[in-house]
Ligand binder design. Structure first.
Ligand code: GLY
Ligand code: MN
Ligand code: MN
Length: 436
């Protein structure tokens, strides 16, 4: 593990804190039912600063002339390790991950009382976990109760995530390498899914192909619940039931990406179940693809966050008029928002440790300008539900095309190119022997 990258991030946060103490806990384990847990996923902020994957841990940073990074974690426990596997314990965690010191998590309450005393500022993000909030409030109140002994409690609490959100927005070399691997594996999974698709197969069978490729290639998990939506299901934006049969003549929309070493990919492809687009499907597909191309052309340093969305909306709205889904003028349907009947989401979001990653989209009331190292999705779509006022040939066509972009010095790089998206490429791939 490249522990230097994590140490550099801690040093940067310590510098920006100026003074005070920061507490950044990891996520709790969650019970699924009775004594079974959901697969554990650490907190992204905690991981960003530590690389430490175990539950029941917290990072404490103390800013000042001699800044310190302390890890609190579980102690070694040979009996529990027989059942649940390896735990570093404080000493190995300190040595392996490069902290100034590491201490048992059981000592945190008493230690926090000592460490908070005399600090002017507590950097902590309230409101995300009631147990941690309670722990911090109790520690603060213990220090406040000690005031007659000349102890000062922090007078200020600042949200440590504000600075971390800014840091997470621009990815470093190590993060980009992880995102490339997530993108490559996810693209391979989409290719596998396309090859495996045929009339009569079920959405869940295709979901299984995605999962197979993710794990076969070493991804730890899907980055979010995969959407495998045949026919009209594609018009349900968060369809995750994945239970229905795939029918000849319908499209299949797949929104799926994996997580590799904690970094996400987020790809959507839409293709015909039969391997061949119908003329109506082709029209809508080419429209969404043109909208995506227009959006991608807007991604460059200095461009406002919203520029790709505006470009996509313009192309999509014109296409909706051409397809007789809407009537009126281009400016009119954009102004009134009439296009939202068929395109109701935005064209992208930040991507990174979280699929909808950290970071503000506006600064000082303005859309934030893109800078090199930012990573975002570009995902226009068009969702046409059956309705009397809609041309019959377009009923139940739902299409989204989603790629992951890295802002570069002079434009952007699409990290997910390896997932085919032109009609020619898709139809060629689907003629290849299937994965079934
Ligand atoms: N897969 C979630 C999204 O596209 O935003
Ligand atoms: Mn997606
Ligand atoms: Mn997305």
């Amino acid at each position: 593990m490249d522990i230097q990258a994590f140490a550099d991030r801690r040093a940067r946060l310590l510098r920006s804190m100026g003074r005070g103490i920061a507490v950044i806990p990891t996520a709790p384990e969650r019970v699924r039912n009775r004594d079974s847990h959901y697969p554990y996923r650490h907190d992204s902020y905690f991981y960003y600063l530590t690389g430490f994957p175990e539950p029941e841990a917290a990072l404490v940073l103390i800013a000042g002339d001699s800044p310190q990074a302390l890890l609190f974690c579980r102690e070694k426990d040979p009996d529990k390790e027989v059942w649940d596997g390896f735990r570093h314990g404080p000493e190995a965690a300190r040595a392996t991950f490069g902290f100034d010191a590491a201490l048992p998590i059981a000592s945190l309450d008493d230690k926090l009382f000592e460490l908070l005393a005399g600090q002017p500022v507590l950097h902590y993000s309230m409101g995300h976990d009631a147990n941690w909030d309670d722990c911090l409030v109790k520690a603060l109140n213990r220090v406040r109760a000690d005031v007659r002994n000349g102890v000062h409690a922090p007078a200020e609490i600042r949200d440590v995530r504000v600075e971390l959100d800014e840091m997470r927005l621009v990815k470093d070399t190590r993060e980009i390498a992880d995102m490339r691997r997530a993108a490559d594996i996810s693209a391979a999974a989409h290719r596998r899914a396309m090859r495996a698709t045929a009339p009569g197969r079920f959405e869940y069978e295709i979901e299984a192909e995605l999962a197979h490729e993710f794990r076969r290639c070493g991804a730890q998990a899907p980055a979010y619940s995969p959407i495998v939506a045949g026919g009209a299901n594609a018009c349900i934006l968060h369809y995750v039931g994945n239970s229905q049969p795939l029918r000849d003549g319908e499209l299949l929309l797949i929104d799926a990406g994996c997580e590799v070493d904690s970094y996400a990919a987020d790809i959507t492809r839409t293709f015909p179940v039969s391997g061949k687009f119908s003329p109506a499907q082709r029209d809508v597909y080419e429209l969404v693809l043109a909208a995506q191309r227009a959006a991608i052309a807007q991604i460059a340093p200095g461009q406002p966050w919203d520029a790709p969305h505006e470009a996509a909306v313009r192309v999509l709205a014109q296409g909706m008029l051409d397809l007789k889904l809407l009537t009126g003028s281009l400016d009119g349907v954009i102004e009134s928002g009439a296009y939202r009947r068929f395109y109701m989401h935005r064209t992208g979001h930040w991507l990174g440790l979280d699929v909808h990653d950290a970071g503000e989209y506006k600064v000082g009331g303005q859309w934030r300008p893109l800078v090199p190292g930012m990573t975002l999705t570009v995902e226009p779509g068009c969702y046409i539900r059956a309705a009397e006022d809609v041309p019959r040939g377009l009923w139940d066509i739902g299409i989204r095309i989603e790629d992951n972009a890295l802002v570069t010095a002079d434009g952007c790089e699409i990290l997910t190119e390896a997932a085919p998206k032109s009609i020619v490429e898709i139809e060629a791939l689907m003629r290849e022997p299937g994965g079934a």
